[in-house]
Design a protein around this ligand. Structure first.
Ligand SMILES: *Cc1c(COP(=O)(O)O)cnc(C)c1O
Length: 251
């Protein structure tokens, strides 16, 4: 099939070239941050956050080489998975936004990683549905290290108890933590939160039941991924710098 047949009439070769360029720029910045921090660039996974953008953008980004996609809403995730599947495009899909228990059934078996597990009850439901479907679901615990009221996630002092419970559940692979910098943080403000999260992440490796599986720290978005990498992130979730400004999309 030609690209126009794959993506639809809105496809345009320039769009793919644009994605190639922006992905290369982001990868260049990732490499710089790794160099600065003395880290191996192979330890960093780049997720392109395609949320809000039409599925044609996700397909074009796939053609440009992107193989990890993040979505924050279940409905949109499921429909993009189906649309890309039809084109035989099978990237790793990440759920990065909050997940309601009653929607777990729609995504179990379809995600590479769920970043946003923020209650033990939710983990229990993912476990139940995973066992019922004969799959193992990789998850991260969302950590609210800055302790902001408005944020989802476990507070630092809640993580050990949550892990005690979650480690007893079947059908789950507990891989690490996800965090977000304080809301409306300006460049620089993110560092103390990222640095603290990395410390907590490291110390929990000695606490979890399967420390060999505890290897993933998801932190860093378009405005702060350089800092996140310097502080030890292994996954960065990049929307705007790859896909553009979501607020400028026609509604
Ligand atoms: C939207 C979103 C991102 C990407 O944000 P950008 O600032 O556009 O890079 C990353 N992580 C989460 C959880 C998001 O909801």
């Amino acid at each position: 099939m030609s690209n126009v047949e794959l993506i639809g009439s809105e496809f345009n070769e320039d769009i793919v070239r644009g994605f190639e360029q922006r992905i290369a720029e982001v990868k260049g910045s990732i490499a710089n941050s790794c160099k600065k921090a003395g880290r191996d660039v192979g330890c960093i996974t780049l997720i392109g956050v395609s949320k809000v953008f039409p599925v044609s953008y996700a397909k074009a980004a796939y053609l440009a080489g992107l193989r990890d996609f993040g979505e924050n809403r279940v409905q949109e995730l499921v429909s993009k998975i189906e649309e890309l599947n039809k084109c035989d495009m099978r990237p790793n899909w990440h759920l990065i936004g909050s997940l309601q228990k009653n929607k777990v059934k729609y995504i179990v078996g379809k995600t590479h990683l769920i970043h946003s597990v923020d209650t033990v009850d939710l983990a229990r439901e993912i476990s139940r549905k995973s066992v019922a479907n004969g799959v193992v679901t990789s998850i991260l615990l969302e950590a609210n290290i800055s302790g902001e009221e408005s944020k989802h996630g476990f507070r630092e002092n809640e993580l050990n108890a949550a892990i005690d419970d979650i480690c007893t559940l079947d059908g789950l692979k507990l891989k690490g933590l996800m965090t977000m910098a304080p809301i409306q943080s300006i460049h620089g403000d993110a560092r103390p939160v990222f640095s603290r999260t990395k410390k907590v992440f490291d110390s929990l490796k000695g606490y979890v039941k399967a420390p060999n599986e505890w290897d993933t720290l998801s932190m860093g978005m378009s405005q702060d991924y350089d800092i996140a990498i310097e502080e030890g992130s292994t996954i960065v979730r990049i929307g705007t710098s790859i896909f553009g400004d979501r607020s400028k999309l026609p509604q």
